[in-house]
Ligand binder design. Structure first.
Ligand code: NI
Length: 144
């Protein structure tokens, strides 16, 4: 079990009010837990830009009527080779497709593959979630 340390944070009243509103909406029991999650997120973002091994899921929504888009998305994935572990395609409606691509590799590499797809014309929505199982990033200070 990690040792808990206390620290004080000075914030403008308005900012604190907004923060309290946000954490109430998200259902946090207290500010400390919300701060811990924000800090973990920030640390994880830094890891993402690194060369550390990560897994990533890229979610895309795109219009399959845009010429060559589906072919280009497939090309990017082929170029990424073994970094792409799996891809799932769902036909949402007449126009739109949802694709979830699961990747494994260095943070920077996964980000680059994702960027290659997100930048394509016709990709309407996209979000890459990168994570790893780093012990320091696990939820809570206690061990499970
Ligand atoms: Ni489709």
């Amino acid at each position: 079990m990690s040792q808990l340390s206390r620290t004080g944070v000075s914030l403008e009243d308005d900012l604190l009010k907004e923060f309290d509103r946000l954490i109430a909406k998200r259902g946090y029991a207290n500010r400390s837990e919300a701060f811990r999650d924000l800090i973990r997120d920030a640390l994880l973002s830094e890891t993402v830009a690194s060369n550390k091994p990560m897994v990533g899921t890229l979610t895309l929504v795109y219009d399959h009527h845009v010429p060559n888009l589906a072919r280009k998305l497939t090309e990017v994935q082929h170029a990424a080779g073994a970094r792409v572990l799996a891809a799932t395609h769902v036909h949402l409606d007449h126009h739109y497709c949802l694709e979830v691509i699961i990747m494994k590799g260095r943070g920077k590499e996964i980000q680059a593959v994702a960027d290659g797809m997100l930048a394509l014309r016709g990709v309407e929505l996209g979000k890459l979630v990168l994570t790893n199982s780093g012990k320091s990033l696990k939820h809570g200070a206690h061990s499970h």
